[in-house]
Design a protein around this ligand. Structure first.
Ligand code: COA
Length: 271
């Protein structure tokens, strides 16, 4: 056992001594052959050989337009559409149920690991450019689509369901027809906190913030900060808070509408 450890350590040391340029050529060579076929999976494994784990290998996605799909991701989907430089990490599952529509992941979006994307019965998922899907996120789209905008952050273990089981009395829930109140839409630059749950038919506005653990049952306006169960809009971004969320940097960025004050509590979008 110790011999094995020594030889692994030796290999790591030798690899670290290889000039960065050579390592980069190695990665590029295998990444240009990587893909979803069995051979492509092996190429991805070789490209990632002795690279750091998790987010530490993100740079691989930037190297070629093919991006990086971890050989430890489970892809069982015939309509997966990937933009350039997409990163799909270890333990991600992308699954197509019966009648499932496309999963579209735009340029440079990152699925860091262990997230679950599933489409069925006409559902479809879009993840906008440069958005970040953290560990444990579930995006489950049946009947109605889930659309995540660009540069959106989905916090760890946040969950999105675009459908419900019927709840008529006297019938087991699995025998009830699926139903939906409509698509889930998360607009550009929004940030969803860890463990939030977003239900069907909800629009989360541009630059809005959803607090950790919230259950979102109604629309949140552009720039709104909402939390709680059910989520309530407590104020608008642009107002500096205890932990520094909001404030001048956001105002200057022009990302959020700052015309509304902290007393806005409804789910009605700002005029
Ligand atoms: C929503 C959030 C941004 C609000 O930040 P904030 O406006 O600075 O809020 P404050 O810390 O000033 O708290 C204001 C009040 O709201 C409460 N509160 C804050 N976040 C809350 C939440 N998620 N759920 C319930 N109550 C919350 C606070 O307890 C405080 O209550 P009090 O006035 O009775 O003391 C932040 O609390 C949050 O939930 N961030 C998400 C963190 C996360 O998931 N990170 C993962 C990164 S991907």
């Amino acid at each position: 056992m110790s011999n094995l450890r020594l030889s692994i350590q030796g290999a790591l040391q030798r690899w670290a001594m290889i000039p960065r340029k050579v390592r980069s050529l190695w990665a590029r060579f295998w990444l240009s052959r990587a893909g979803l076929s069995p051979a492509g999976r092996i190429s991805a494994r070789l490209a990632a050989w002795l690279t750091p784990p998790y987010k530490g290998r993100h740079y691989l996605a930037a190297m070629t337009p093919r991006g990086f799909i971890s050989p430890r991701a489970t892809i069982y989907h015939k309509d997966l559409r990937l933009g350039p430089h997409v990163f799909i990490g270890d333990g991600v599952t992308i699954f197509q149920g019966t009648g499932g529509g496309p999963v579209k992941i735009d340029e440079a979006a990152c699925l860091w690991g262990n997230s679950h994307l599933e489409t069925g019965e006409g559902g479809g998922i879009t993840i906008g450019a440069e958005s970040r899907v953290n560990r444990g996120v579930s995006l489950i789209s049946y009947l109605a689509p889930i659309q995540i905008g660009r540069d959106v952050g989905l916090g760890e273990n946040s969950i999105f369901y675009s459908f419900n089981h019927g709840i008529a009395p006297g019938v087991p829930y699995l025998e009830q027809p699926l139903e939906t109140r409509g698509p889930i839409i998360v607009e550009d630059y929004a940030w969803i906190g860890a463990g939030a749950i977003v239900l069907d038919g909800v629009r989360i506005g541009k630059g809005a913030v959803v607090g950790a653990g919230a259950v979102v049952t109604r629309d949140i306006p552009d720039g709104g900060i909402a939390f709680g169960v059910p989520a309530q809009v407590v104020r608008m971004r642009g107002k500096t808070s205890r932990n520094g969320v909001g404030g001048d940097a956001e105002k200057q960025s022009g990302l959020v509408d700052t015309r509304h004050d902290a007393t806005h509590t409804g789910s009605k979008p700002p005029e």
